[in-house]
Design a protein around this ligand. Structure first.
Ligand SMILES: Cc1ncc(COP(=O)(O)O)c(C=O)c1O
Length: 452
């Protein structure tokens, strides 16, 4: 029997050969793109080896690459397209808004978007709109620091909170910095805590210098190991007792777990929360929302006498982003009223169960996590728990991602997350499961997972 290394090399060779055969135009375009765009892409996670795919467009649950291959899209352009590609209501609103111009100073639309957030999101007493999830996290941290007069932020190990310098630490669950260019002085303001052991959090909070505890309630990057309502309630209690603020990063969970986000799903109202991704369904928008006394630090009028935190952005009021967000929120509200969130979570559960059966039928060990419309696959025969799954060798999962592409399914590179949108149907779920079955028949994943 082949040893682990040669089994991996053999599988990699056959999967890559199939990938090359399916995607010659992307391969060629990568050469051209790399001569202009650094690395041929507009961001680290858009690349995966041996070369990324380039797309021409999409419709509903499907996206088409420049070779003309159509995929069931479970990547959703970085989890943004919760309504699928080109959702008719959003497209119609965007078309109708074109004549208003791309930027208008203090447009009425911004107030309407903020009012809609107030109606949907429990924590949203006041709102600041900005351009992205990253900006929203950075601003929320500034507001928390200004309000409390403290500097430290608690971040849980394994979480991703955008690309602010201070946030690029501890994504791997160990505390290392992600790449170069991140000064130690900045990182030293972040206190890393294990998500599962709240006694560590309690000790850290007792130091009295923590401004905020930042939580992605979906624990998406760590592997969708979300806590229970009780867990979050306990974090909230400890945080409040220590005079710090609870900040929910809802960039992934917002509008996805419920129309009012994770705070509605788990029944926890944080002091501050941030939104992005599904908020603008692909248009560039983010938001910080929260308690009016905390948000008052960003009030430029001088009406409030407390500390003042500067926050601004040239594109904060983009017409297309505001239009898309307003229409998307109205759609989420209607979907919520129709019970569509429960239906979508049911589809994701069906997907997880079907994939589990397919892997079992081929004797390939695996674990799955599901939260709302998100499913995460781990290729391992080890225990289904955060610490084990967070530290898995990524090679098998990366090859599975590539192999699925050759069978017409696009998952999130580097994780094999299957994100469903409201455009996905039962038929799509069946097709994804059948594609996984074909991958497992064609390629010998059992040889490397058993060896990993
Ligand atoms: C939980 C979380 N927070 C923040 C961000 C940053 O959002 P953006 O990429 O829009 O800046 C992300 C992006 O993936 C995220 O997953």
């Amino acid at each position: 029997m082949a040893d682990g290394r040669s089994a991996y090399a053999e599988l990699e060779r056959s999967v890559r050969a199939a990938y090359h055969l399916t995607t010659p135009a992307s391969r060629e375009w990568f050469e051209r793109a790399s001569r202009a765009l650094v690395g041929g892409v507009s961001g680290t996670v858009r690349y995966f080896p041996p070369y990324p795919l380039y797309f021409s467009g999409g419709s509903g649950s499907r996206e088409t690459d420049i070779d003309g291959n159509t995929y069931i899209d479970c990547f959703l352009c970085g989890a943004c397209l919760l309504l699928g590609h080109r959702p008719p209501a959003v497209m119609a609103a965007l078309k109708a808004s074109v004549d208003s111009g791309s930027l208008v100073l203090n447009p009425m639309l911004a107030t309407e978007v903020a009012e809609s957030l107030q109606q949907m999101v429990p924590a949203a007493e006041r709102v600041r709109l900005l351009n992205s999830g990253t900006e929203a996290v950075m601003s929320a941290l500034r507001f928390a620091r200004a309000f409390t007069g403290r500097s430290k932020i608690v971040k849980f190990l394994g979480t991703y909170h955008g690309q602010g310098d201070q946030m690029l630490v501890g994504l791997d669950g160990r505390g290392t910095r992600l790449g170069s260019g991140i000064p130690e002085e900045l990182v030293s303001q972040i206190v890393l805590a294990p998500f599962g052991d709240l006694s560590v959090l309690q000790d850290l909070l007792q130091r009295g210098d923590v401004a905020g505890v930042l939580v992605d309630p979906s624990m998406h990057h760590a592997g969708l190991w979300a806590g229970t309502s009780e867990h979050y309630r306990e974090i909230q209690r400890m945080t409040a007792e220590a005079g710090a603020l609870l900040i929910f990063d809802e960039v992934i969970s917002g509008f996805r777990l419920a129309p009012g986000g994770a705070q509605e799903h788990f029944g926890i109202v944080p002091d501050l929360a941030v939104f992005g991704k599904a908020f603008g369904v692909g248009e560039r928008i983010g938001a910080v929302v929260g308690r009016s006394d905390v948000m008052a630090v960003a009030d430029p009028t001088g009406r409030t006498r407390g500390p003042f935190a500067f926050q601004s952005g040239t594109g904060n009021d983009s017409t297309s982003a505001l239009t898309a967000a307003l229409t998307a929120m109205s759609t989420y509200r209607s979907l919520g009223a129709e019970g569509a969130y429960q239906r979508l979570a049911g589809l994701a559960a069906q997907l997880g169960a079907g994939l589990r059966d397919a892997f079992a039928a081929h004797g390939v060990p695996c674990q799955f996590n599901q939260l709302g419309p998100m499913v995460r696959l781990f290729l391992t025969d080890g225990p289904a728990e955060l610490d084990h799954c967070m530290h898995l060798d990524k090679r098998a999962i990366n090859l599975f991602h590539l192999a699925l592409i050759t069978e017409g399914v696009l998952t999130i590179p580097g994780s094999n997350d299957f994100f469903l949108s409201f455009a996905h149907t039962e038929r799509d779920v069946t097709d994804i499961i059948e594609a996984a079955q074909r991958v497992l028949t064609r390629f010998d994943f059992g040889s490397i997972v058993a060896n990993s």
